[in-house]
Design a protein around this ligand. Structure first.
Ligand SMILES: C[S@@+](CC[C@H](N)C(=O)[O-])C[C@H]1O[C@@H](n2cnc3c(N)ncnc32)[C@H](O)[C@@H]1O
Length: 235
C-alpha cells in the first residue's frame, strides 16, 4: 500500500478512507467552514426523496447523505468500497429501517439492471479511478426514466471567488488540516484531486457520453461545488 495520488489506485484510496473514517465528517465540516450541510441540503432537494422511491447512494462514506434521504422516506442502499467507512456508516445509521449498507465497488455495482429510481454520489466520483465506468454502472442500475444526481467539488466561475478559494486551499487549509485531521496527507490528496477535477462542462459531457439525457448542472457557492443531474432514457 502506498500513499494515494492522482493515479487513484483503488487499494490506496480505500485504505486512506479506512484510516480517516472516524473523524471524516468533523474534518469535512471544519474544512468547508461549515458549508457542507448546505451543499447536502441542496443535493437532497434536487433528489426529492419520498416514500416508495428506491435510491442508491454510491461512495456513501459514513452514510450522512444516505441517512438524510432515508429520513425523508426513500428506501436507500449505501455502497462504499472502504471497509472502514462502511463500518462507521453501519455503526451510526445501520438500525434505520429504510437503509441497507453494502461494501462494493462503484465500477462494478452488485445490482441488477433497472433497479433504482435515483442513483446519487456526493463527493465520491472524484475519488474513483475510472469515473466514466462508474457513471455507466450507475446508468445501468437506474430504471428507465430514473435520475442521477452528482454532488462534487468543481471550479468557481467568478475570478474573485476563485482567487479567495485558491488562497484558502493553498495557504490556510494546510494549517487547519494539521490541527483537525489524524492523517494530514489524506488532505493533500483531497486538494490535488479537486484541482485536477474537470470543469462543470466537461463533467456534463461525460454524463452525456455514457448515455444520460437532460443533463444539466447548478453551481453552489459560486461553483466551488456543482450539482449535476441527468435522466436515463425511457425504455
Ligand atoms: C470524500 S468521501 C465521500 C463520502 C460521502 N459520500 C459524503 O458525502 O460524505 C469519498 C468516498 O468514496 C469512496 N470511494 C472511492 N472510490 C470508490 C469506488 N470505486 N467504489 C466505491 N466507493 C469508492 C471512498 O471510500 C470514500 O468513502
Amino acid at each position: 500500500m502506498t500513499k494515494p495520488d492522482l493515479a487513484k489506485r483503488p487499494d490506496d484510496v480505500s485504505s486512506m478512507f479506512d484510516r480517516v473514517s472516524r473523524g471524516y465528517d468533523l474534518t469535512n465540516d471544519v474544512l468547508s467552514l461549515g458549508v457542507t450541510p448546505y451543499w447536502r441540503m441542496r443535493a437532497r432537494r434536487a433528489i426529492d426523496p419520498h416514500p416508495g422511491q428506491q435510491v442508491l447512494d454510491v461512495a456513501c462514506g459514513t452514510g450522512t447523505v444516505t441517512r438524510i434521504l432515508a429520513d425523508h422516506g426513500s428506501t436507500v442502499t449505501g455502497l462504499d468500497f472502504s471497509h472502514g467507512m462502511i463500518e462507521e456508516a453501519i455503526k451510526r445509521h445501520g438500525d434505520h429501517p429504510n437503509i441497507t449498507f453494502q461494501q462494493g465497488d462503484a465500477t462494478q455495482l452488485p445490482f441488477d439492471d433497472n433497479t433504482f429510481d435515483v442513483t446519487t454520489v456526493s463527493f465520491g466520483i472524484r475519488n474513483v479511478q475510472e469515473p466514466k465506468r462508474a457513471l455507466a454502472e450507475m446508468l445501468r442500475v437506474t430504471k428507465p426514466g430514473g435520475k442521477i444526481l452528482v454532488c462534487e467539488f468543481s471550479h468557481p466561475t467568478n475570478g474573485l471567488v476563485n482567487f479567495g478559494y485558491d488562497t484558502y486551499m493553498n495557504v490556510l487549509m494546510p494549517g487547519i488540516v494539521k490541527l483537525v485531521s489524524s492523517d494530514p496527507e489524506a488532505y493533500d490528496y483531497l486538494f490535488n484531486t479537486i484541482q485536477a477535477w474537470p470543469e462543470q462542462a466537461t463533467f456534463a459531457s461525460w454524463l452525456r457520453e455514457v448515455g444520460y439525457e437532460q443533463v444539466a448542472h447548478r453551481n453552489l457557492t459560486y461553483g466551488i461545488v456543482a450539482l449535476h443531474r441527468g435522466t436515463k432514457p425511457a425504455a
